[in-house]
Design a protein around this ligand. Structure first.
Ligand SMILES: [Fe+2]
Length: 216
């Protein structure tokens, strides 16, 4: 069973990330927008077939988004991850997965440049606690869209299949949560699982594409 970690440790590490974002936002946005984003999408397309874009949230005048539920980070978070949108490595076993979506405020405004730090178990349900395998952070692009190229995480005792993430808007505390898969038998027996954090999954040419939009 996962336990709550020291929240101050997360705050410190993400304050570093937020500071880096504040100092480098024009650079980060330039790097993630336009041609670079197109290149990242093309790379994803080459590996996983036709890209699928998540629908942006539908925002009416008084149609606020429900805040994404925070969850425990568990015991396996490692700070200072490399910046990368793909966690794939040569020969890495597992079902290919692209997770994509947006980062929005609860009043339905996109948060371009929002940092997201992902980590997960490998296909055998094992975390790399020595290095940064299947760990990486990125910044949402100019449209507040993120895209993570990875594999489906494996199961480990006591937990259903899940991906950990910390997302942040500059003026808010970090949102620490987990993303889940639909129709997983272990969802029903996992005491941390919450159905509001289930991603929409579609079959891709290679593997699967998952959609999730964060509201914070
Ligand atoms: Fe976990």
């Amino acid at each position: 069973m996962e336990t709550l970690i020291n929240a101050r440790m997360h705050r410190r590490s993400f304050q570093k990330l937020a500071l880096a974002l504040a100092l480098s936002t024009p650079l980060a946005l330039a790097a993630l927008g336009g041609r670079s984003a197109g290149i990242a999408l093309a790379q994803s397309t080459a590996r996983t077939g036709a890209p699928r874009l998540a629908p942006t949230p539908e925002c009416g005048d008084d149609d606020d988004l429900a805040a994404t539920l925070p969850q425990t980070a568990g015991p396996f978070y490692t700070p200072d991850t490399p910046e990368r949108r793909s966690l794939l490595e040569p020969g890495m076993p597992g079902t290919r997965l692209v997770v994509t979506g947006y980062v929005y405020s609860t009043d339905c405004q996109p948060i371009p440049g929002a940092p997201l730090d992902f980590w997960q178990a490998d296909d055998a349900g094992v975390y790399d606690n020595e290095g940064y395998r299947l760990r990486g952070h990125q910044f949402a692009d100019v449209d507040a869209r993120f895209e993570l190229e990875t594999i489906e995480p494996g199961l480990y005792p006591g937990r259903t299949r899940h991906i950990h993430v910390i997302a942040q808007a500059l003026d808010q505390p970090p949102l620490i949560t987990q993303l889940y898969f639909p129709d997983e038998p272990a969802n029903a027996s996992d005491g941390i699982f919450n159905p509001t954090l289930v991603m929409d999954i579609q079959a891709a040419e290679v593997g699967e594409t998952a959609f999730f939009t964060f509201a914070m």
